[in-house]
Design a binder for this molecule. Structure first.
Ligand SMILES: Cc1cc2nc3c(=O)[nH]c(=O)nc-3n(C[C@H](O)[C@H](O)[C@H](O)COP(=O)(O)O)c2cc1C
Length: 187
């Protein structure tokens, strides 16, 4: 069983991309190989970052909780909608608080949009962000377009191709996590 932390990153009212993040969480759990911690940044009310966690003298409990979930994870997934050809500002703000938490973590990327391109621009930039924080981006990304058509309000998948893509992503991601966890055990 791998410990996976899924960080879902937009706080927009009426957000649809939570359906993509929840569908992925469900598929990971159904694999029987992942113990998933879902972090919805809307629950944490993080202000715009003025100091990184490592530089704070009295950090808020919210940051300590997220830090713990990231540090303990064998693998992390970043899930975001595409905003203005990029990932959400709220996700970037959250990422910027942390440093050592990311080191050498295998990171899966899940991007979504209401248009047909499924957040591909955001996903490409997110891979660069993952490199910048010293983590490993998985090459295969989960892109989900036409959100309201393909996922219902309870994150049930309504489209066969999307179901296949989620399935492929989960298999590839668990392989990727296992490869890195195995290597880390060797020291
Ligand atoms: C500020 C903003 C910028 C957006 N920019 C893009 C974009 O560049 N490309 C795109 O495909 N969709 C874009 N969208 C539409 C989102 O894909 C759409 O809102 C979708 O439902 C996912 O975001 P949500 O979780 O906020 O609902 C944008 C939405 C907002 C609110």
């Amino acid at each position: 069983m791998f410990k996976i932390t899924l960080l879902y990153g937009t706080i927009r009212e009426g957000r649809l991309s939570i359906r993509a993040a929840k569908a992925l969480e469900k598929a990971l759990k159904e694999s029987g190989k992942a113990d998933v911690t879902f972090i919805d940044i809307k629950d944490y009310n993080l202000p715009v970052m003025e100091a990184r966690l490592k530089d704070m003298t009295n950090p808020p409990q919210s940051l300590l909780d997220i830090s713990k979930a990231l540090s303990e994870a064998d693998g992390i997934i970043l899930a975001t909608p595409e905003y203005n050809n990029s990932y959400s500002g709220a996700l970037k703000n959250t990422v910027d608080y942390f440093t050592k938490e990311w080191a050498k973590k295998p990171i899966g990327i899940c991007c979504s949009s209401d248009g047909i391109r499924g957040g591909i621009n955001a996903s490409n930039l997110l891979q660069l962000l993952v490199l910048a924080i010293g983590a490993y981006p998985m090459p295969y990304k989960l892109l989900i377009g036409e959100l309201p058509k393909v996922l219902d309000i309870n994150a049930n998948v309504l489209n066969e191709t999307v179901a296949k893509n989620i399935d492929r992503f989960v298999k590839e991601y668990l392989w990727f996590v296992e490869a890195i966890v195995t290597q880390k055990k060797k020291g």
